[in-house]
Design a protein around this ligand. Structure first.
Ligand code: FPP
Ligand code: MG
Length: 331
C-alpha cells in the first residue's frame, strides 16, 4: 500500500520541526531567568518529538504529491505541534516527581535538580503556556486539549492506585496506557488533521490511528525499561516502583511452573541495585519478552490498517513507516 518516503517530503517535515523547536524554546521563556532555565531544562534535553511529528504528518494528508505544499499555515501548524509537546513535557515534570525519577532524557530530572515543589510548579507553568497557545487555535482545539488532559490525569491516577479487586491486571494496564499515552498521541494526530481542515470522517480515523499507535509507543517504551541501558532513564525503574508492564503481566498470568523462579526474582525486594539487576536479567531471558514483542507488532499492524481510509500520498506513507519504527524501538 505505501511508498518509500521521498527526501523532499522528509526535508519539508524537518523544516517544520525546526520551526516547532524554535517556538518551544520561546514558549518556555518566563519572567525570570530561573523559571526560563527550569522550564527549558527537559525541552532542551532532547526527546523524540513524536507528538509534533504526528501533528506535522497528519496536517499534510490532504496533499497529493511532494511539490504540493498545501494551504496549512505555518503559524497554526507550529502552534498545534507546540501545544502537544508542551503538554507532554509538562506531564513529564509531574511524572518524574511521582516516579521519584533521577534521570530524564539523559539529563538530571527537574525534581532531582530543584526538588519536587519546583518541578511540579514548572510542569504547571508549561501547561499554562500550552493552554494559552491552544486558545489561539479555537474552541474545538481547546475542547480536545481539555478532554485529553482529563484522560492523562485519570490514567495516571489509575496507574497509581493499581488494579482494583476483581479487575483484570492486564486490562487495567492497557486502559492506563490508553489514557496516559494514547490520549495525547491521538490528540496530536487529530490536531494535525484539524489544522488542515480534514473532514470529520478522516479526523475519526486519525483519532483511532493515534490511539493505536500511542498504545504501541508506550508498550514499546515500557519494554525498553527492561531491555535497554541507553534510554536516558534509569533501567528497571518500573520494576522497582512495582509498575507491572506487559512482560511482567504476561509472566504473572502464566501457569507454567518453569516461570516461577523469574516471578520470585520480580517479587523480591528490588531496592538494592543487585536485586534489580537479577530481576532484569531473569525477565530479559524469559519467553514473555517475545510474546510482548508479538503483541506490540500486531497492534502496530492494526494502526497501519486504519491508514487505508486516509488519502494516499507522502504523509500517509510516512505514517505507515512510523508504525514500523515504533515497533523496532522495542526489538
Ligand atoms: C509517563 O509515563 C507519563 C505520562 C505519559 C503521563 C503523565 C501524566 C501526568 C503526570 C498527569 C499530569 C499532566 C499534565 C499535563 C500536567 P511513564 O512513567 O510510564 O514513562 P517514562 O518511562 O517516560 O517515565
Ligand atoms: Mg515515569
Amino acid at each position: 500500500m505505501s511508498q518509500p518516503v521521498t527526501s523532499e517530503f522528509t526535508d519539508f517535515v524537518t523544516d517544520k520541526l525546526d520551526l516547532v523547536e524554535e517556538e518551544l524554546a520561546r514558549q518556555a521563556g518566563a519572567d525570570t531567568p530561573f523559571v526560563t532555565e527550569a522550564a527549558n531544562h527537559i525541552i532542551s534535553a532532547g526527546g523524540k518529538r513524536f507528538r509534533p511529528l504526528l501533528v506535522v504528518l497528519s496536517s499534510q494528508l490532504a496533499r497529493q504529491d511532494p511539490d504540493d505544499t498545501g494551504t496549512v499555515s505555518d503559524q497554526d501548524l507550529v502552534r498545534a505541534a507546540v501545544v502537544m509537546e508542551l503538554t507532554h513535557v509538562a506531564s513529564l515534570y509531574h511524572d518524574d516527581v511521582m516516579d521519584e525519577a533521577t534521570l530524564r532524557r539523559g539529563a538530571e530530572s527537574a525534581n532531582q535538580r530543584w526538588g519536587n515543589s519546583v518541578a511540579i510548579m514548572v510542569g504547571d507553568y508549561l501547561f499554562a503556556r500550552a493552554s494559552e497557545a491552544v486558545a489561539g487555535l479555537g474552541t474545538d482545539f481547546v475542547r480536545l486539549q481539555a478532554q485529553t488532559f482529563a484522560r492523562l490525569v485519570q490514567g495516571q491516577i489509575a496507574e497509581t492506585r493499581g488494579p482494583q479487586p476483581g479487575e483484570d491486571p492486564l486490562q487495567h494496564y492497557l486502559d492506563v496506557v490508553a489514557d496516559k499515552t494514547g490520549s495525547l498521541i491521538s490528540a496530536a494526530a487529530v490536531f494535525g488533521g484539524m489544522v488542515a481542515g480534514l473532514p470529520q470522517t478522516q479526523l475519526a480515523v486519525l483519532r483511532r490511528f493515534g490511539e493505536e499507535i500511542g498504545l504501541v509507543f508506550q508498550l514499546a517504551d515500557d519494554l525498553l525499561d527492561i531491555t535497554s541501558t541507553r534510554t536516558g532513564k534509569t533501567p528497571g525503574i518500573d520494576l522497582r516502583e512495582g509498575v507491572a508492564t506487559l512482560p511482567v503481566l504476561l509472566l504473572r498470568a502464566s501457569s507454567d511452573p518453569a516461570d516461577q523462579p523469574v516471578r520470585d526474582l520480580l517479587d523480591a525486594d528490588l531496592s538494592s541495585d543487585e536485586a534489580l539487576a537479577r530481576a532484569l536479567e531473569g525477565l530479559r531471558a524469559s519467553h514473555v519478552m517475545d510474546e510482548a514483542r508479538a503483541g506490540i507488532r500486531s497492534r502496530a499492524d492494526r494502526a497501519r490498517s486504519e491508514l487505508a481510509a486516509l488519502p494516499a500520498g507522502p504523509a500517509r506513507d510516512a505514517l505507515a513507516q512510523l508504525c514500523d519504527e515504533v515497533v523496532s524501538r522495542s526489538s
